[in-house]
Design a protein around this ligand. Structure first.
Ligand SMILES: Cc1cc2nc3c(=O)[nH]c(=O)nc-3n(C[C@H](O)[C@H](O)[C@H](O)COP(=O)(O)OP(=O)(O)OC[C@H]3O[C@@H](n4cnc5c(N)ncnc54)[C@H](O)[C@@H]3O)c2cc1C
Length: 398
């Protein structure tokens, strides 16, 4: 993360839901019915929209009427690095995948979590960094280039009880022999004065939900930082941040951590970490030297005596968990107690044969773009083997 004006564009896009290269779809979303060519000349991308839903299709047309079922070999649900990597591999294997990229699914624009950040500096191949939106725009164009069909609709439910599987949006039903679920997760954020993306908010200007992603940014180097949380992630993030910050506060609502003893031990022994027990953040304000553009400090309330005090920190990291996007599955895949899809170790296979999962929706440990992309590749290869096994490799879509 680096402070840059580009962020305003990303924020605006997330608010109004402009989906990366699908800006053509968005601009047409208000029209009653239209087909337009995308400005993206690197692909044969055309969009079709209806007045009812901001949908777009590309590569080859799909009838969006509810009663016209569409049969596909492979359906991919999601639009982050996992989904697009799966789409690129599957399209190159001539599986003609259809990918539902969502329409502000769980409040995130098509392209996924990276569209909510500025610079990504740890994705291989970009020595100078790349903006999260640019990276995802490139992934999307690469999916299209190899013939993936992208539909800008959110999957509302699935039926994995019979084959072919059924995937439903508000306006269509797709039948698929194999499915890859890559719907990601959403980092939980707290809401208080100064926490937001809008004017007066310091999200991405000192406040972040990913220490591993953002901790090394220059605005945090040798500065006091704070982490909110009391679980293993909070412990891990706080320890990690001591490499960069001059001091790290852990702010926790209770008087004990729920993190594992070993993780707690590491934190409590670290001389750069101080724990503020029974405390919560109630406000954030700007740094005077920067003209208030980046975070300068926070207001912390002691929840026992209601005293509010000022804490000068230049970075604040939420480590209060993630919400995997699995509700639409309605219990049809095995999930762990935190709602993540359970996969067979070393594979992307789920509890239902022919359904695979990739990316953050099945990974609560690493949660990085490159690991999401890696499992997206695995899911496409696993799906291809499965389709070969069941003998549907010939085109069943027409
Ligand atoms: C602020 C921030 C900064 C980050 N910075 C970095 C970084 O610098 N480097 C790094 O490696 N990682 C970073 N990460 C983590 C990284 O973004 C994630 O690990 C990665 O995006 C996960 O990819 P994914 O493909 O699993 O899913 P996601 O990126 O979560 O995308 C999933 C997509 O699926 C869509 N979707 C959800 N449900 C449905 C549905 N029912 N139908 C259709 N579509 C649906 C969502 O709209 C979403 O767009 C950051 C994360 C955050 C929040």
């Amino acid at each position: 993360m680096r402070f840059c004006p580009n962020k305003l564009f990303t924020k605006a896009r997330n608010l109004i839901g402009i989906g990366l290269a699908s800006s053509a779809a968005v601009s047409a979303a208000g029209a009653s019915s239209s087909t337009s060519s995308s400005a993206d000349t690197s692909s044969t991308y055309t969009t079709t929209t209806t007045s009812d839903s901001p949908s777009s299709t590309s590569s080859f047309p799909v009838d969006s009427s509810t009663d016209d079922d569409q049969r596909r070999k492979l359906c991919i649900i999601g639009s982050g690095p996992a989904a697009h990597t799966a789409a690129i591999y599957a399209a190159r294997a001539e599986l003609r995948p259809v990918l539902f990229e969502g329409w502000m699914a769980n409040g995130v624009a098509p392209g996924g979590q990276l569209t909510t950040t500025t610079d990504v500096e740890n994705f291989p191949g970009f020595p100078d960094g790349v903006s999260g939106s640019d990276l995802m725009d490139r992934c999307r164009r690469q999916s299209l280039r190899f013939g993936a069909e992208i539909i800008t609709e959110t999957v509302s439910k699935v039926d994995f009880s019979k084959r072919p599987f059924r995937i439903f949006t508000d306006s269509r039903t797709v039948l698929a022999d194999a499915v890859i679920v890559a719907t990601g997760a959403v980092a939980r954020r707290l809401s208080f004065d100064g926490a937001g993306d809008g004017p007066g908010g310091f999200w991405n200007r000192g406040i972040s939900a990913c220490a591993v992603c953002d901790g090394a940014a220059p605005i945090f180097r040798n500065r006091p930082l704070a982490v909110i949380g009391g679980g293993d992630s909070a412990m891990e993030e706080a320890n990690f941040l001591t490499k960069f910050g001059s001091k790290v506060y852990i702010i926790h609502r209770r008087d004990n951590f729920r993190a594992s003893k070993i993780m707690q031990g590491r934190v409590l022994k670290n001389p750069k970490i101080e724990v503020l027990w029974n405390s919560e953040v109630v406000g954030a304000y700007g740094d005077e030297k920067s003209g208030g553009r980046v975070l300068g400090g926070i207001k912390v309330k002691n929840v026992v005596n209601d005293d509010v005090f000022d804490l000068k920190v230049n970075g604040l990291f939420f480590a209060i968990g993630h919400e995997p996007a699995t509700k639409f599955l309605n219990g049809q895949l095995e999930l762990d107690p935190d709602g993540y899809i359970v996969t067979k170790p070393g594979t992307t296979m789920t509890s239902v044969k022919g359904v695979f999962a990739a990316g953050d929706v099945q990974d609560k440990k690493y949660r990085q773009a490159v690991t999401a992309a890696g499992t997206g590749c695995m899911a496409a290869l696993d799906a291809e083997h499965y389709l070969q096994e069941i003998g549907t490799h010939e085109d069943t879509s027409s």
